[in-house]
Design a protein around this ligand. Structure first.
Ligand code: DGL
Length: 282
C-alpha cells in the first residue's frame, strides 16, 4: 500500500449539517486523516422529497465527492442510507458506509427488553429501514418509530437549545417514551444535536445510541482491513463543502461546535454540483 493511497481523504456526506457530528467524531478518533465533508444545504431537507429525487440529489453529491478520489465514502445521512445505499455501493469504486447498519447493530446489542424507539425523518420511517434491519438482527424485536420533521430545519438554523426546541423534541418523543422502550435510535444525524435534551426527556433507563461513535468504529474496521488507516503525527485537514454558502453558515457551524472540535483546521468551501449526466442531456 503506497503512502499516497493511505493519505487519500475520507469523504463524508449529508444533506445538511447533521453529518458534521459524524465528521467530528471521525476527526476526533483519527486526527491525522484528511476529511472532506459535503452538505447539500441548497436542497436540505431531503426527507420531504420523493424517493427518486432524494436518490438523484445524493447521486450528484457522490459524484462530486468521488471526483476527489477518496479512500472511503461515509453516508452520514440516514435518509440517503435508507433510500439509496445499495445503488451507491454498486457504483462506488471505494467502500461505502451508511449510518443505519452500525446504528441498528448497536441498538440490537443495547436493548434488553427488545423494545426499541426510532426517531427519524419521515422518509426513513416510511422506508422502515430500522424496523427491517432490527427484525433481521433480532426476530421479535418491537420497534416504535416516529417522524420528527421540524428538527432538521432547527439545526440548519442553529437553534438547538432553549424552551421551543425542547418542546418540539418532547412532542415527537412522547409516543416513543410512552411505549416503554429501553433503547432509542436517533435515526437522523441532525438529531445528535438534541441528545442531551432527549436524555432528559427519556430518563436514565433508556440508552441512546451514539451514531457518530458506532459509525466511526465501523469505519476504522473497514480501513484497517484494507491497510488504509493513516498512521501519522501530522494533523489531517478538514474541508467542509456546502452547495450553498451564505453569511449564516459560519455562524451556525461555529454555534454548533463552540469548542475547537475541528481545531483550526476546518475550512468551508463552496461546492458546485453539476446535475447528473442523464439529466443534463435531457
Ligand atoms: N441528516 C439527515 C438524516 O440523517 C437529514 C435528512 C433530511 O435532509 O431531511 O436523515
Amino acid at each position: 500500500m503506497t503512502l499516497e493511497r493511505v493519505s487519500r481523504p475520507i469523504a463524508i456526506f449529508d444533506s445538511g449539517l447533521g453529518g458534521l457530528t459524524v465528521a467530528a467524531e471521525i476527526h476526533r478518533r483519527f486526527p491525522s486523516e484528511n476529511l472532506l465533508f459535503l452538505a447539500d444545504r441548497a436542497r436540505v431537507p431531503y426527507a420531504s422529497l420523493s424517493i427518486a429525487l432524494i436518490a438523484r440529489f445524493a447521486s450528484e453529491c457522490f459524484d462530486f465527492l468521488l471526483a476527489h478520489d477518496p479512500k472511503a465514502l461515509v453516508v452520514a445521512c440516514n435518509t440517503v442510507s435508507a433510500v439509496a445505499l445499495e445503488e451507491t455501493v454498486a457504483r462506488s469504486p471505494v467502500p461505502v458506509l451508511g449510518v443505519i447498519e452500525p446504528t441498528a447493530k448497536a441498538a440490537e446489542k443495547a436493548t434488553v427488553t427488545g423494545r426499541v424507539g426510532v426517531l427519524a425523518t419521515k422518509a426513513t420511517v416510511r422506508r422502515q429501514a430500522y424496523d427491517k434491519l432490527l427484525s433481521r438482527l433480532r426476530p421479535g424485536v418491537q420497534v416504535f418509530s416516529n417522524g420528527a420533521p421540524l428538527l432538521v430545519p432547527l439545526v440548519e438554523e442553529g437553534w438547538t437549545e432553549g424552551e421551543i426546541p425542547k418542546q418540539i423534541v418532547e412532542h415527537y418523543l412522547t409516543p416513543i417514551r410512552r411505549a416503554g422502550v429501553d433503547t432509542l435510535v436517533l435515526g437522523c444525524t441532525h438529531y445528535e444535536y438534541f441528545t442531551e435534551t432527549m436524555h432528559a426527556i427519556m430518563g436514565d433507563g433508556v440508552s441512546i445510541i451514539n451514531t457518530p461513535q458506532v459509525t466511526a468504529i465501523e469505519l476504522e474496521k473497514i480501513l484497517a482491513a484494507r491497510g488504509e488507516l493513516q498512521r501519522s503525527d501530522k494533523p489531517g485537514t478538514v474541508i467542509a463543502y456546502s452547495t450553498d454558502i451564505n453569511e449564516a453558515l459560519d455562524l451556525v457551524v461555529n454555534g454548533l461546535f463552540p469548542n475547537p472540535v475541528f481545531p483550526n483546521q476546518i475550512t468551508i468551501q463552496s461546492a458546485q454540483i453539476p446535475p447528473l449526466r442523464a439529466e443534463a442531456a435531457r
